[in-house]
Design a protein around this ligand. Structure first.
Ligand SMILES: NC(=O)C1=CN([C@@H]2O[C@H](COP(=O)(O)OP(=O)(O)OC[C@H]3O[C@@H](n4cnc5c(N)ncnc54)[C@H](OP(=O)(O)O)[C@@H]3O)[C@@H](O)[C@H]2O)C=CC1
Ligand SMILES: O=C(CO)[C@H](O)[C@H](O)COP(=O)(O)O
Length: 470
């Protein structure tokens, strides 16, 4: 190939970078990747499909030299300092008008800072969320671009080519100004945490009624064929079949219960409080991963309090409750995340188009599910919906599951099975549908001890009372 011939360059040939680049090559683009690790460059070239143009190099300057101008370069490296390090090493090699994309899970405030920094140097910088994991990156991820419109138009044909397709529509769309791409991806991951927590609670609840791994496989398989159809339910079904090569046991049974995290769920909770928007199912999911790390303390507490769950229902009696409870709670998790995006769009001036967000999430990403079709229709009817729970179709679905949801939470409490995500979802629902919350009492308390004042329901203005003097 001649000099300056490659269409696209990738920095970081790990799980995501390698697979996304190969996906581009599979769609006819000539691609080049850079990684310091020679083995990763070799792995890139050896896993390329026949007839595609793929090259891996160990020098960044060499890759930049071989790109068509204006250059289009993406980095898929760990969030934080590595992204700044890559930008610093790229800058002397770039020309004005080149496009630099951060496709990793960066915090949106870092993206805002980098957009401004590079704009001053006439380099187009975009933060793009990519979801779909290893397989999705190779065969069709969900792509969440935000920021520089001109740069987006430049890379749009490539992104549309490699994205997942739903009914022929690519799962990529311009999702707002400046750091919006990474903001949307952060909230996507917050919802991901919430749904994973809810599914893990279903696992515990069904096990309390004696479900075996084989039965759990079958339950989740069947659920994936109905209104709970989703990527996470599908992979959960498959997980219960997997055998451990070392012991021959079911692999899920030999995996430690300490859950890891890289931070995007925590950021969603933190940033929701900054706005503020209430996302308690996401908060709970983050807290439960944290609690999972207290292994020794939990074992000590189990000695003191006991850790048995006593099921008062048979598996057959429990199954419809868990099914409906999961659907109800999953809707609540999406509702909270989407309400956060609605608020952030306005308060942070990101102009995030929610109809496009839910449409892009329909395919390729970790939280793809049949529910997103319902939400897409809801936002098409009403693009300025502040909360999807206010949509008639969503409300009908929620109401149809409410009775079993309440029965499930009662069962969880009575059997002693931790189901914090479900309980949080129901508590949010009950508060959200309350015209007059008991928070008038909190206002009275605040004014009592701190003269913080309060508003009345009958007279406008701000009031203070010298409490307790009657
Ligand atoms: N894995 C997943 O399912 C998903 C990950 N993401 C995000 O994508 C990004 C990449 O993730 P993933 O591919 O899984 O990570 P990996 O660890 O598999 O790959 C990261 C790559 O970045 C390289 N790298 C690290 N630091 C630097 C640096 N300073 N300069 C140049 N290269 C560097 C590493 O090279 P070396 O090892 O040779 O140092 C490695 O090849 C992260 O932000 C992640 O959160 C987003 C969606 C899904
Ligand atoms: O972005 C992703 C999927 O959408 C990543 O898989 C993410 O890193 C998973 O997060 P964590 O490691 O915190 O569970």
């Amino acid at each position: 190939m001649s000099d300056n011939a490659f269409d696209f360059g990738m920095i970081g040939l790990g799980v995501m970078g390698r697979n996304l680049l190969l996906n581009m090559a599979d769609h006819g683009f000539s691609v080049i990747g850079f990684d310091k690790d020679a083995a990763k460059n070799a792995a890139l070239e050896s896993s390329a499909s026949a007839g595609t143009t793929v090259k891996g190099v160990g020098e960044l300057a060499q890759m930049i030299q071989l790109l068509q101008r204006p250059r289009k370069v993406m980095m898929l490296v760990p969030a934080g300092q590595p992204v700044d390090d890559v930008i610093a090493s790229l800058l002397p090699l770039l020309d004005e008008g080149d496009v630099v994309i951060d496709g990793g899970n960066s915090h949106y405030t870092d993206t805002l800072r980098r957009v401004k920094y590079l704009r001053d140097k006439n380099i187009h910088f975009m933060g793009i969320g990519v979801s779909g994991g290893e397989k999705g990156a190779r065969t069709g991820p969900s792509i969440m671009p935000g920021g520089d419109q001109e740069a987006y138009q430049n890379v749009r044909p490539m992104l549309e080519a490699i994205a997942a397709k739903v009914n022929g529509t690519p799962c990529v769309a311009y999702l707002g100004r400046e750091g919006a791409g990474h903001y949307v991806k952060m909230v996507h991951n917050g919802i991901e945490y919430a749904i994973m927590q809810l599914i893990s609670e279903c696992y515990a609840l069904l096990k309390s009624a004696g479900a075996t791994n084989a039965q759990l496989h079958e339950v989740f398989r069947q659920w994936n064929e109905g209104d709970l159809q989703s990527f996470l339910v599908e992979i959960t079904s498959e997980i219960f079949l997997q055998k451990d090569e070392k012991s021959g046991a079911d692999l899920v049974d030999v995996i430690s219960d300490k859950a890891g995290s890289k931070g995007t769920g925590k950021w969603t909770s933190q940033d929701s409080m900054e706005l503020p928007v209430a996302v308690p199912v996401i908060d709970t999911a983050v807290a439960m991963r944290t609690l999972s790390g207290y292994k020794e303390e939990r074992e000590a507490a189990a000695q003191i309090y006991g850790d048995e769950s006593k099921s008062i229902l048979t598996l057959d009696e429990l199954l419809p409750l868990v099914h409906d409870g999961l659907l109800f709670s999953t809707i609540l998790a999406y509702a909270q995340g989407l309400a956060m995006l609605f608020q952030a769009s306005k308060d942070l001036a990101m102009e995030i188009p929610l109809p496009e967000v839910v449409s892009v999430w329909r395919g390729g990403c970790i939280i793809r599910s049949s529910l997103l079709e319902v939400f897409t229709t809801a936002y098409q009817q009403s693009p300025e919906l502040s909360n999807i729970l206010l949509n008639q179709d969503v409300a009908a679905l929620v109401k149809s599951k409410e009775e079993n949801m309440r029965a499930l939470v009662t069962f969880a409490a009575n059997s002693g099975t931790a189901a914090a995500g479900h309980m949080s979802a129901l508590a949010y629902f009950d508060a959200y549908r309350t015209g007059r919350m008991p928070t008038n009492l909190i206002q009275a308390q605040r004014d009592y001890f701190g003269a913080h004042t309060y508003q009345r329901i009958d007279i406008p203005g701000t009031f203070h009372t010298e409490w307790g003097q009657q």
